[in-house]
Ligand binder design. Structure first.
Ligand code: SF4
Length: 63
């Protein structure tokens, strides 16, 4: 799995960070930063959940 955070569409809701704090962070403006673009297999479920919960569709999952 490869994870991207589209900083142009992120609205800073923070759901990704709450759901998968080891993979996502937010900068000082609240915009998403991806800490691990290739998360461990054990993190994939929470990353998928974060993508589902993100209100702006900024979390993109590529296989
Ligand atoms: S959940 Fe989506 S909109 Fe909210 S900070 Fe994360 S990427 Fe941005």
């Amino acid at each position: 799995m490869h994870v991207e955070g589209d900083r142009d569409v992120c609205v800073g809701a923070g759901m990704c960070v709450l759901t998968a704090p080891d993979v996502f962070d937010q900068d000082d403006d609240g915009i998403v930063k991806v800490l691990h673009e290739q998360p461990d297999a054990g993190e994939e479920d929470v990353v998928r959940q974060a993508a589902t919960l993100c209100p702006s569709g900024a979390v993109k999952l590529l296989s």
